[in-house]
Design a protein around this ligand. Structure first.
Ligand SMILES: CC(C)(COP(=O)(O)OP(=O)(O)OC[C@H]1O[C@@H](n2cnc3c(N)ncnc32)[C@H](O)[C@@H]1OP(=O)(O)O)[C@@H](O)C(=O)NCCC(=O)NCCS
Length: 164
């Protein structure tokens, strides 16, 4: 299936429901309302839409959610931006939507004058997600045992990329 034009919009209060629905379908972890409002406030989060050919309406199919937050493993000496969520609905994967979402964040980070480390945690068995980030020049910096209380496997990798 090919998709038509992909539109990327900054996350705002009206779009958090779209994003929460996508995350609920795709991701194994839940995010609180507080995290969504921090994503809106920090302004590094985006939602991807494609036009439904039948209805002509734009439909939300993916989203990236980031919060300004440092991490002792990823950025001991720099500011940090945590990618808390990145999710594309299965039907719409491998069409460049995930890359577009990530590149929007990277463009914003590259505009900053200060040193900033973008990082994320993901389950150690998420091969596709890890490969995706490695293709975008992120590296595994550490493994944290028992990071997830309710997931199996419970260990995560921390991946990061530094910008300055
Ligand atoms: C990781 C994830 C966000 C990637 O989203 P995506 O939209 O599929 O990403 P992209 O399409 O940009 O890239 C994925 C693949 O599509 C390919 N691709 C990119 N643009 C393409 C295009 N226009 N046409 C065909 N293929 C394309 C990429 O080369 C890549 O190929 P590969 O997997 O064979 O190496 C998605 O797989 C996902 O939601 N996974 C579940 C949640 C998750 O793991 N999140 C990240 C970890 S927290």
């Amino acid at each position: 299936m090919s998709v038509g034009e992909i539109t990327i919009l900054p996350l705002n209060d009206d779009l958090t429901l779209d994003m929460a629905q996508i995350n609920g379908i795709v991701l194994p972890v839940n995010f609180s309302a507080k995290i969504y409002s921090q994503m809106v406030q920090d302004k590094y989060s985006f939602v991807a839409f494609v036009k439904n050919p039948k209805t002509g309406k734009d439909e939300a199919v993916g989203a990236i959610g980031c919060v300004l937050k440092s991490d002792p493993h990823a950025c001991p000496n720099t500011s940090g931006l945590c990618i808390a969520s990145l999710a594309v609905l299965a039907k719409y994967r491998s069409k460049g939507i995930g890359s577009k979402l990530l590149n929007q964040v990277i463009e914003l980070v590259e505009c900053q004058k200060k040193l900033i480390t973008v990082y994320l945690q993901t389950q150690v068995n998420n091969d596709d997600g890890i490969k995706f980030y490695q293709r975008h020049n992120f590296s595994i910096i550490t493994r944290i045992e028992k990071f997830y209380r309710r997931l199996d496997p419970p260990d995560c990798f921390v991946l990061s990329r530094c910008f300055h």
